[in-house]
Every structure is written in C-alpha cells, then in structure tokens.
Design a protein around this ligand. Structure first.
Ligand SMILES: [Zn+2]
Length: 68
C-alpha cells in the first residue's frame, strides 16, 4: 500500500478503470481541466506535455439509474 497517496493518478495509455469525469493535470503549460472518459478507453497523451499528463477521477459516472 502506498503511504502517501490517497489519490490515484492515471497515465496516458492506461485503461480507464471507471467511467466518469477526470481532472487532467498538466505540467506547466496550462491549468487543470476536466474531461469525461468511458470505461476501458485509454487515457490520451497531451499534445504539449505528452506522457507527463496525469488523470485523477473526480466524479464517477452513475451507471445504475433505476431502470429504464
Ligand atoms: Zn499538457
């Protein structure tokens, strides 16, 4: 168990473990922003910081909505 990371950061090329809204954490070229990603997509690299960008899940998509 990691002792100092309560947050899970994902990297480009990783598969999306949960559908939802992710915060995109860049290197110095821009502020964090959010993207919506689907389960089993792969996280995209950034055009600017490439593989250095990180993704943090902030709002999982609710997959059960009570039936339809
Ligand atoms: Zn970037």
């Amino acid at each position: 168990m990691a002792s100092d990371s309560s947050k899970t950061l994902c990297r480009p090329g990783d598969l999306v473990p949960k559908a939802g809204i992710y915060r995109v954490l860049h290197q110095n070229h821009r502020d964090p922003h959010e993207v919506s990603l689907k389960l089993n997509d792969s996280f995209p690299p950034c055009q600017h910081c490439g593989a250095e960008v990180r993704f943090e899940l902030i709002l999982p998509t609710q997959e059960k909505d009570g039936g339809h």
